[in-house]
Design a protein around this ligand. Structure first.
Ligand code: TXA
Ligand code: MG
Length: 338
């Protein structure tokens, strides 16, 4: 899928039994093929992609024009599906029991066997999960049978959309399908709570703090822990973010020539001498495709790091399109640690 998609809009329409929506099957077909579908949730419209398909996730970042790969929320049909992605402590269990389905997102430790693409969680060892209550979102999740990542369906830097018209204004020609389910009932994004060591409010949202506090005590967030969720436009300096992906190996960015024994993260065509000199080479995209490169970024970094080289040389990646986000993440991964 390289040509800009013609964006279709279809109306959501509940069938008589109320459980199924006539838009769900067409939406699921597009999603299973790696396409992008905007759909209503009870909070705001989400831009959905198959969370298990790294290329689909990369296309989603590109469609949104995100300057960096912010981690995304995995939307699932119920708590059982969420437990296949993440580890729940007692606080998480109680919050899920009290507020799912509904406008609550939980940030939890990612399971080792979690099928969500690493790009979607920005290489972190945590994952944000949410069980939406909107019937159209639920019908699509049921039809697709996989977790869907769904950031708010706006261009990066714009406000979250609460109608299909808002989505169209921002994303026409950038996504395959919009399911129009009218205005979203809440109009404010979900509340995000991390249940890691203690329960912490990371983003105030549609579920008020007072309701959460009736179920679990909340600790005050440390500035670093809150910085990913508070504002996805906030510029966060490398190293300031407590939880950004950090390889053990040192990263040498914009490497022009490869030193013997270095692992090499390549991009585009590769000189034979460089390939020979490197201890191990993985190419983000031999054909120089930025979507393919984004899809491979975190898994390649992890694999090179696991191979044990002291230094990973990284060839330069052009700054255009998704290249900006790729370079942002590489810079963070290369930043000196405290
Ligand atoms: O209401 C909502 O939550 C909407 C609807 C569509 O579900 N979605 C939404 O997604 O607001 P998005 O991507 O616009 O915002 C998700 C926020 C981002 O600020 C991101 O940094 C944070 O969640 N987030 C995701 N995973 C995280 C993690 N592992 N740790 C901390 N923050 C995380
Ligand atoms: Mg957003």
């Amino acid at each position: 899928m390289t040509a800009p998609p013609a964006t279709c809009v279809i109306k959501a329409q509940a069938t008589k039994d109320g459980d199924v929506d006539t838009a769900a099957e067409p939406a699921a077909r597009v999603l299973r093929a790696g396409g992008l579908v905007a759909f209503p949730t009870e909070t705001v419209y989400g831009l959905g992609a198959d969370a298990t398909n790294a290329e689909a996730v990369a296309r989603l970042y590109e469609a949104k024009g995100r300057p960096s790969f912010n981690p995304l929320i995995a939307h699932v049909i119920d708590a059982a599906a969420a437990r296949a992605l993440a580890h729940f402590d007692q606080a998480a269990e109680r919050l899920a029991e009290a507020f799912w389905p509904g406008p609550l997102t939980l940030v939890l430790p990612r399971r080792a066997d979690c099928p969500v693409a690493e790009l979607a969680t920005a290489g972190l060892d945590t994952i944000a999960v949410r069980v939406p209550s909107h019937p159209v979102a639920r019908a699509i999740l049921a039809a697709v049978g996989r977790p869907l990542v769904a950031p708010s369906a706006n261009r990066s830097g714009h406000v979250s959309p609460t109608t299909a018209q808002h989505v169209l204004a921002d994303l026409r020609g950038r996504i395959e399908l919009i399911v129009d389910g009218g205005q979203t009932p809440m109009g404010l994004e979900s509340t995000i709570v991390a249940c890691l060591d203690a329960a912490m409010l990371l983003r105030p949202g549609a579920l008020p703090r007072t309701q959460l506090e009736r179920v679990v005590p909340l600790s005050e967030p440390t500035p670093a822990a809150g910085s990913t969720a508070h504002n996805d436009q906030a510029p966060v300096a490398p190293g300031q973010l407590a939880s950004h992906y950090a390889p053990r190996a040192r990263l040498r960015l914009n490497a022009q020539n490869i030193q013997a024994g270095e692992a090499l993260l390549a991009f585009g065509p590769l000189a034979a001498e460089d390939a020979d000199r490197a201890a191990l080479v993985l190419n983000l995209s031999a054909r120089g495709d930025l979507i393919e490169a984004a899809a491979n970024l975190f898994s390649h970094l992890r694999a090179l790091d696991a191979a044990g080289a002291a230094t990973i040389a990284v060839m330069s990646v052009p700054h255009a399109g998704l290249g900006e986000a790729i370079n942002d993440r590489l810079a963070r991964a290369a930043a000196p640690r405290a």
